[in-house]
Design a protein around this ligand. Structure first.
Ligand code: SAM
Length: 253
């Protein structure tokens, strides 16, 4: 993880959970969608890569035990520092790349369930990293990647939308990469409706709540905020938060 990204998540860690605090229904919907697709069984080894603050773990934790805790992998100490204190959580400060190459050690021989939510766009080498992670799966292992599609419908300024799209892998490309790693895949697109007060949205953007916003200077961000304000005079903003759910499993399940 480069210094700029490390800095971004250090700045964001303290307020990350509050960003979603006003949308508990969304957190439930997402946590439920992850659990339903991965269908964990008690005692299976689960890892969350790019786990951040563990905000979406609540439907996975009931399947973990103190002997088989959820391994929460993230390179940001600040984000990991916000994980709930729970003996069923095993924090591991590492990148996905370090895990994939074996430079970071897992507390188990193989993983049964692996979730990567809104972190895959940070991986430097998608092919090698996903292939390495696929190698860490047990014979019944499965991976769920949850990611935003490149083309967002968020009320952002145009330069941010374009830069986001440039850096975001296409869901079908991710699925093809996982198939090359020997897994079978399905891709589903699902969405959650968002209605947010315009001033709150502008505050989130000003606080650079998405990592792409940290790549703009203060002056560029100010211009972007003006652009949003001009294009959205309405007090309440409504849009669909769309996600790709890429499920990959070992053949023969
Ligand atoms: C947008 S946050 C998502 C956090 C959490 N999964 C969630 O949905 O709330 C992205 C996370 O990916 C982590 N990250 C960045 N680069 C990474 C890498 N190379 N490998 C694993 N995680 C990474 C960041 O530190 C951050 O916590």
């Amino acid at each position: 993880m480069d210094d700029q990204l490390q800095h971004h998540y250090m700045q964001l860690a303290d307020t990350y959970d509050d960003t979603w605090g006003h949308r508990p229904a969304y957190v439930d919907w997402m946590a439920d969608g992850i659990q339903r697709r991965l269908n964990p069984r008690p005692g299976e080894w689960i890892a969350d890569i790019g786990a951040g603050t563990g905000l979406f773990l609540n439907r996975l934790l009931p399947y973990a035990t103190t002997l088989t805790p959820v391994v929460c992998v993230d390179p940001s100490a600040a984000m990991l520092g916000r994980l709930p204190r729970d003996p069923r959580i095993h924090p591991l400060q590492a990148t996905a790349e370090e895990l994939a190459t074996g430079r970071a050690a897992l507390p188990c021989d193989a993983l049964d369930v692996l979730v990567i939510k809104e972190a895959v766009h940070h991986f430097n080498d998608l092919d090698d990293t996903l292939a390495g992670l696929a190698d860490r799966l047990s014979p019944t292992g499965r991976i769920l990647i949850v990611t935003l599609p490149p083309k967002l419908t968020y009320p952002l300024f145009q330069a941010a939308l374009s830069r986001f799209a440039d850096g975001q892998p296409v869901p079908e490309t991710i699925a093809a990469t996982l198939r090359r790693a020997g897994l079978t895949t399905t891709v589903a697109i699902d969405e959650f409706p968002v209605a947010i007060d315009r001033d709150r949205w502008l505050r989130l953007v000003a606080g650079r709540w998405m990592s792409v916003l940290s790549t703009f200077s203060d002056a560029e961000l100010d211009r972007g905020l003006e652009e949003i304000a001009e294009q959205h005079p309405e007090q309440r903003l409504e849009f669909a938060d769309q996600f790709a759910f890429i499920l990959a499993q070992k053949n023969g399940i």
